[in-house]
Design a protein around this ligand. Structure first.
Ligand code: Z5A
Length: 206
């Protein structure tokens, strides 16, 4: 049986890293073989592209150049890690995937959603996550949490209006295809957030 593909999404500081660890425990507790990974990145080659994307640059980065790099990293990640795992029945838990591209490059940067959809089909074919958990939080609260970690990357230095557009795009994606998404209020206590996550995962169990 093919593995299930779960993605974790949301704006800055929503708690993806924290809750990814919880989901890993949940999967292990149910004896499910899984692989935890992230985007951009997930392979040595794609992690190099991640560094290029997140590091501050001395020249302005063109939005289309950024978009193509993200999909280049994704193509490598899919070919080397995600597809082989799913084909072997291993579940894949991915910290961000193509919904982040719609939210950040489409919503945040204002790139054409149709072009993103075109690249999505080109790179992924029909592959889409089985479940996408969107951790949703007011951007000011998320940034306050993210700021506690220190140095900010090339995305985290954007204006608050950018993060508002990112958030609105995620919510719109969930509204358009409700069967695939679970939007979870990430301003709740960690315990409450994790209760909702566990409830969203249960229906995936064989
Ligand atoms: N990007 C893109 O533009 N396009 C794409 O297609 C893709 C990505 C795939 C890197 O992502 C960047 O890549 C990202 C978008 C872009 N932009 N940025 N920046 P990333 O996922 O690596 O980076 P991130 O979004 O900044 O995630 P993060 O830094 O790892 O934050 P997080 O994982 O969501 O949060 P956290 O570290 O788990 O939690 C933050 C703090 O809050 C921490 O102290 C926790 O203990 C605390 N926390 C968490 N939950 C709670 C609750 N419920 N209550 C109280 N405190 C909490």
């Amino acid at each position: 049986m093919a593995g299930r593909f779960i993605t974790l999404e949301g704006g800055e500081g929503v708690g993806k890293t924290t809750n990814k660890a919880f989901i890993e425990q949940w999967l292990a507790g149910h004896d499910i073989p899984y692989l935890a990974t992230r985007e951009p990145g997930g392979t040595p080659y794609a992690e190099k592209i991640r560094t290029l994307l997140l590091d501050h640059q001395t020249e302005a980065v063109d939005g289309m150049a950024e978009l193509l790099l993200i999909f280049a990293a994704r193509a490598q990640h899919l070919a080397r890690v995600i597809r082989p795992a799913l084909e072997q029945g291993v579940w894949v838990l991915c910290d961000r995937f193509t919904d982040a591209t719609y939210a950040y490059q489409g919503g945040g940067r204002g790139l054409d959603m149709g072009q993103i959809a075109h690249l999505e089909t080109l790179v992924q074919g029909s592959l889409r996550p089985d479940l996408t958990l969107i951790l949703d939080i007011e951007p000011t609260l998320g940034m306050a949490r993210a700021n506690q970690r220190g140095e900010l990357d090339r995305f985290e230095v954007e204006q608050m209006s950018f993060f508002e557009r990112v958030r609105n795009t995620y919510l719109e994606l969930a509204r358009l295809t409700p069967a695939r998404y679970q939007v979870i209020d990430a301003s709740q206590s960690l315990g409450q957030v994790q209760q909702h996550i566990a409830a969203a995962l249960e229906p995936l169990l064989p």
